[in-house]
Design a protein around this ligand. Structure first.
Ligand SMILES: [Zn+2]
Length: 505
């Protein structure tokens, strides 16, 4: 009796949910693999040049998405505009000279300036703290008895030979960080293969960044020098890079005059935003996001970014189409839906950061952010039904409504919703690595949909021909249905759970 009753009640509840989601299912089927493919073939084409933030390719993609939003019938999401622009800065090295007493070192032949962060100025250097390999960790301390605060530090790019197997631990990046934390005035890296490097620097343009440093002189200048230049600076007679490894660490008197000139260029990038107005809850929103930028080009090689995140971008477009069609047939959502494709994601979540710092629609009235970043492929290491799964990340935080909603919708879809990446001990930390995180940080409940990684991740080989459109269509319809339910439910999602951010972030 009990058992029968249980089965019957299950049947009833499934039936009720199926009824309620009937329209959702109907309009979800407007999203087809054919259309997704058509869109992605354009977004991930050579013409878009890999869509790097603040480049021509990104602007072409933005114009295309804007035109799609317009054609679909979305309203401009930012006043009269479909775009929300923000400034991006890029330093360009204009000139640099390095003089030891009265001898000049040739730029590019014996020294270069790191383009990582170009610091301009005139520097008189009277003492160098030479710290060998420049490593300070649990196994060794090259800084022993050397106070480098306020001094220029010189270290070798390479690692002690017995540690070559673990180059990451002592990468230049980590060594720079160590010296910077010790408040070194400047850093000189002795490059192992300086003489073998390509001596005609293809670009003097530095890395892009979004916030102008308040005081340019406070960033640490970084030089790379040849072993010959290093030996002159330390006044040591040596014949090879190897010889430097045997030189004592400590302070060396010198007389260097360094000048660096740069120019800061201001570029622009944008988020593309379209609005579909709801019928009842006019001051409430849900926001659907994906990033349309990718890595651009390296030389002539294009990073197409079909999965990352062309797949999310075209899903946003096709979901907009389905919602818009529903509205035309009298099935407008209760809440407003914001469709936003952002740029700057690959550089550091810039576009979503800008939006959440300058929200066009109040974040406390934005019920949820559903973010899609890579849903067109299959993770080859996936253990379950690889043709029918999606990773959902963030559902366990901020709102206890998220999981029950996903699960109820899934009674119909029967996708494997894999929540393993919610484990705070997961070393991948995917929760922090896409645009939803900026919404979560600001209290908006989020779900991040993701297919996992694969061998073409962040490679030029992430192309349209490798997308599994069948799987992608199923995921897109599932996300659409979730958005439908969230846009139409009576109440906004409750915010009753902590974000649980580790204090280190
Ligand atoms: Zn990426």
């Amino acid at each position: 009796m009990k058992k029968i009753f249980f089965v019957l009640s299950c049947f009833i509840s499934v039936f009720v949910i199926a009824q309620k989601n009937n329209d959702a299912t109907k309009y979800a089927s407007v999203i087809t693999q054919q259309d997704l493919k058509k869109q992605l073939t354009i977004i991930a084409s050579a013409e878009m040049e890999g869509r790097e933030t603040a480049t021509e390719g990104q602007k072409k993609a933005a114009a295309y998405i804007e035109q799609q939003f317009k054609q679909i019938g979305l309203k401009p999401g930012n006043g009269n505009s479909y775009q929300q622009t923000y400034n991006v800065y890029q330093d360009e090295l204009k000139s640099a000279s390095l003089k030891l007493y009265n001898t000049s070192f040739a730029f590019d032949k014996h020294f270069t300036v790191s383009l990582f962060n170009i610091t301009e100025g005139n520097f008189q250097i009277n003492e160098i703290a030479y710290v060998g390999f420049g490593i300070q960790d649990s196994t060794r301390n090259d800084y022993k008895n050397i106070d480098v605060k306020g001094k220029w530090v010189m270290f070798l790019e390479s690692n002690p030979s017995n540690e070559n197997k673990i180059p990451k631990r002592n990468s230049s990046f980590l060594k720079i960080r160590t010296a910077t934390l010790k408040e070194a005035a400047g850093i000189i890296i002795v490059s192992e293969n300086f003489d073998k490097l390509n001596h005609s620097i293809p670009s003097t343009k530095g890395f892009m960044y979004v916030k102008k440093p308040a005081n340019n002189n406070r960033t640490t200048p970084i030089l790379s020098v040849s072993y010959q230049a290093a030996s002159s600076i330390l006044t040591k007679m040596i014949n090879s890079y190897e010889d430097l490894k045997n030189i004592a660490t400590g302070n060396y008197a010198t007389n260097i005059y360094l000048t660096i000139d740069k120019e800061t260029n201001t570029l622009q990038s944008s988020n593309v935003i379209g609005l579909l107005e709801g019928s009842e809850k006019k001051d409430e929103y849900i926001i659907l996001t994906a990033h349309y930028d990718h890595l651009g080009k390296r030389g002539n090689e294009i990073y197409y970014g079909a999965d990352d995140d062309g797949s999310g971008t075209v899903t946003i477009i096709e979901m907009a189409k389905a919602f818009s069609l529903a509205k035309k047939k009298g099935k407008a959502p209760k809440r407003n839906i914001i469709f936003m494709t952002v740029s700057g994601e690959e550089k550091g979540l810039w576009g979503s950061d800008y939006y959440t710092q300058h929200p066009i629609y109040p974040l406390n009235k934005t019920s949820v952010n559903l973010n899609i970043d890579m849903i067109g492929r299959i993770d080859p290491s996936y253990k379950g039904d690889s043709l029918n799964y999606v990773f959902a990340i963030g559902e366990d935080k901020l709102s206890s409504d998220l999981i029950p909603i996903s699960d109820s919708i899934n009674q119909h879809f029967k996708i494997e919703i894999d929540r393993k990446y919610n484990d705070p001990k997961d070393p991948n930390r995917f929760y922090y690595r896409s645009d939803h995180f900026n919404f979560a940080k600001n209290g908006v409940p989020v779900i991040f949909y993701f297919n996992g990684v694969h061998k073409d991740y962040h490679r030029p080989t992430d192309t349209v021909d490798k997308i599994n459109f069948d799987v992608m269509e199923r995921r897109a319809r599932f996300i659409f249905t979730t958005a439908w339910v969230m846009a139409n439910r009576n109440n906004m999602l409750k915010r009753d759970m902590p974000l649980n951010m580790p204090s280190s972030r």
